[in-house]
Design a protein around this ligand. Structure first.
Ligand code: PRE
Length: 391
């Protein structure tokens, strides 16, 4: 187990200690992330928190707001120093698939049993106890309120693109990205027994799944209806005994809800992969022993070439970018021009960037120090091992 001392010696932590990549002094509408803790606060946190806690609240699916509060009040949660729940800091090796956790790790995902997100949670944390949540927000809250240990949430799909909601939630909450997991998504067209493709007029599924099967569903001529997750679509079709409606979902969902598989692999491309993020209350200690990736979010002043300059801090250090996403800055969606003669207003954006380097590497630290010189806001969302299982 890493001690607080060894944590402080980590080059990445020293970087934050200098305050160079911290957003603590940045006027920002967002919560200060724990990743930017200074040394004193980090030490205090390391010695008072543990990883691997299991809060057995006896719940089934986690729902937002009132439900969560109630569960939290009722839970026998205890982080006193002598408690068996006493936290240990996460390390990157704990993410290895070979590790066996003592008590089963509780992992929140969005959806019901049979959702792809449940399979992703099981791939990320073998032998975990997947905990269904009705919405993405509920999964974030469940981790924050210690109802579960981790959350595994989709962030992008190779056919459907980004899951914007989760980009926005990453910033609104203070969780850390501690890993990623890629899942091959193979959709099936499901219906009740005795129902043929010709009997169907509409199909239910998650909007991402419908988008991934766009071509096939158009060819069959089915109208589409969005529902919270693919497995919920299958459950609805089965429970309501629908005869004119099918569901796009996994073969696992077909088994769970007793549906017939009318067609397999109906996604528009056989290479259909969804990338999920593994989220925790504490960051992992970035390493260099295997390929790492770092996710950041920043905002910039308006002006010609500013984004070019921001991306150059990585190019100059031979750091490869794997993803860039821009999202509206919601609390401040419009910005007036600095030029008083020019009354125009600009849309204001946040930029999410994933780059192939660990925060333990000097070139990554230097790149962010450089970016901090002109970024108006910067937060490190996590530095974590790359999922190489699908390369
Ligand atoms: O609906 C599900 O089964 C999910 O797990 C959600 C989700 C998503 O949000 O992208 C996950 C993987 C697939 O890309 C389709 C849907």
């Amino acid at each position: 187990m890493a001690t607080a001392t060894s944590i402080i010696r980590s080059p990445a932590i020293l970087l934050f200690d200098k305050g160079t990549v911290s957003d603590q002094n940045t006027p920002s509408p967002f919560q200060a992330p724990k990743f930017s803790l200074n040394r004193r606060r980090f030490t205090a946190l390391s010695s008072s928190l543990h990883d691997g806690n299991n809060i057995n609240d006896g719940s089934n699916k986690i729902t937002k707001a009132v439900g969560l509060e109630k569960l939290f009040e009722d839970s026998p949660f205890d982080v006193s120093k002598d408690s068996p729940l006493h936290p240990r800091p996460l390390t990157s090796t704990q993410l290895s698939n070979t590790i066996s956790y003592g008590p089963r790790l509780r992992v929140a995902y969005q959806g019901v049993r049979g959702a792809y997100s449940e399979a992703a949670a099981e791939k990320a944390y073998p032998n975990c106890e997947p905990v269904p949540c009705d919405q993405f927000d509920a999964a974030f809250e469940a981790v924050e309120k210690w109802l579960v240990d981790r959350a595994v949430l989709p962030i992008e799909n190779s056919l459907g693109g980004s899951i914007h909601r989760n980009y926005d939630l990453l910033l609104r909450h203070s969780l850390h990205i501690v890993g990623e997991v890629k899942l091959a998504v193979r959709h099936c067209l499901l219906a009740n027994h005795g129902v043929r493709i010709e009997d169907l007029t509409r199909v239910l599924s998650h909007p991402q799944a419908l988008a991934q099967c766009e071509y096939t569903l158009t060819k069959i001529g089915l109208s589409r209806e969005a529902i919270d997750d693919t497995a919920l679509a299958a459950k609805h079709v089965a429970f309501e005994k629908l005869k004119d409606t099918g569901a796009v979902a996994s073969s696992t969902a077909a088994k769970i809800y007793g549906l017939n598989i009318l067609a397999e692999d109906i996604q528009d491309d056989c290479d259909n992969v969804t990338r999920f993020l593994m989220l925790a209350r504490e960051p992992i200690i970035p390493g260099v022993e295997k390929p790492f990736k770092t996710s950041i979010v920043f905002s910039l002043e308006e002006g010609p070439g500013v984004l070019f300059k921001a991306l150059a801090v990585f190019a100059l250090r031979q750091i490869n970018l794997t993803k860039i996403e821009s999202r509206p800055l919601r609390n401040q969606p419009l910005r007036a021009s600095d030029d008083s003669n020019n009354a125009s207003k600009y849309f204001d954006y946040l930029f999410y960037v994933d780059f192939e380097a660990s925060m333990a590497e000097e070139r990554a630290q230097n790149a962010l120090t450089h970016l901090k010189e002109f970024a108006t806001f910067l937060r490190v969302l996590g530095s974590y091992p790359v999922d190489t299982t699908m390369l």
